[in-house]
Ligand binder design. Structure first.
Ligand code: B4P
Length: 191
């Protein structure tokens, strides 16, 4: 199985590139951001809890997101692999993911980090905010909070996979097609 983590700060292009990688490698795309937004749209208890946290630019609890991923792994036992987008976002989530995959007799093949500077991230998210309807995309202070959350809680996830020799980087600035080509070249070097 090919199990990829597409990694990077908010607005790095994880969602954009995951949609293309999923098609190319026939993978199941799991975006915790999308899963949480569907819970909010459906008005579930989980969605109500997540809504308030996401609107503040903070991370939803590890317990909630790990539970959602566990359910999806069980639903797709026969897939060629997964692309994880926006997950894991903490070291605790990474450890839980490694254990869940081990229980399914598989493992992460590699984490690929999209590298984009803060001013470009902010510009992209504000531009998306004009049409996305996402409350967390429309305010610069909130975007800063999301980037600080990433630096404090999510960036250490890269080290977790560096220690396992599964870490690669790709420059995330440029055309979506050029970035996709570089991403595929990095994926093709993984086992
Ligand atoms: P996410 O939905 O993961 O939101 P994101 O980080 O903004 O998405 P992404 O990085 O994929 O955006 P993309 O680049 O595609 O999370 C939202 C919230 O959910 C979090 O703040 C948190 O509260 C919660 N959450 C989610 N997962 C969680 C977890 N595991 N644990 C705890 N909480 C969790 O798109 C950005 C924009 O850039 C788009 O408009 C796109 O068109 C544009 N773009 C993409 N590539 C480009 C390029 N090359 N050039 C120019 N523009 C580009």
């Amino acid at each position: 199985m090919k199990n990829l983590i597409l990694f990077g700060p908010p607005g790095a292009g994880k969602g954009t590139q995951s949609a293309k990688v999923k098609e190319m490698y026939n993978l199941i795309h799991l975006s915790t951001g999308d899963l949480l937004r569907s819970e909010i749209a459906a008005g579930t208890d989980l969605g109500l809890k997540a809504k308030e946290i996401m609107a503040r630019g903070k991370l939803v609890s590890d317990e909630i997101v790990i539970g959602m991923i566990e359910k999806k792994l069980k639903e797709h036992k026969d897939t060629a692999g997964f692309i994880f987008d926006g997950f894991p976002r903490t070291v605790a989530q990474a450890e839980a993911l490694d254990q869940l995959l081990e229980a399914h007799k598989t493992a992460i093949s590699g984490l690929i980090a999209l590298e984009v500077g803060e001013s470009e991230l902010t510009a992209r998210i504000l531009a998306r905010g004009k049409t996305s309807g996402r409350p967390d995309d429309q305010n610069e202070a909130l975007i800063k909070t999301r980037i600080r959350e990433y630096e404090q809680k999510t960036a250490p996830v890269a080290n977790h996979y560096k220690k396992q020799h599964k870490y690669k980087t790709v420059e995330g600035v440029g055309s979506i097609e050029d970035i996709f080509e570089k991403l595929c070249a990095a994926i093709d070097t993984l086992d």
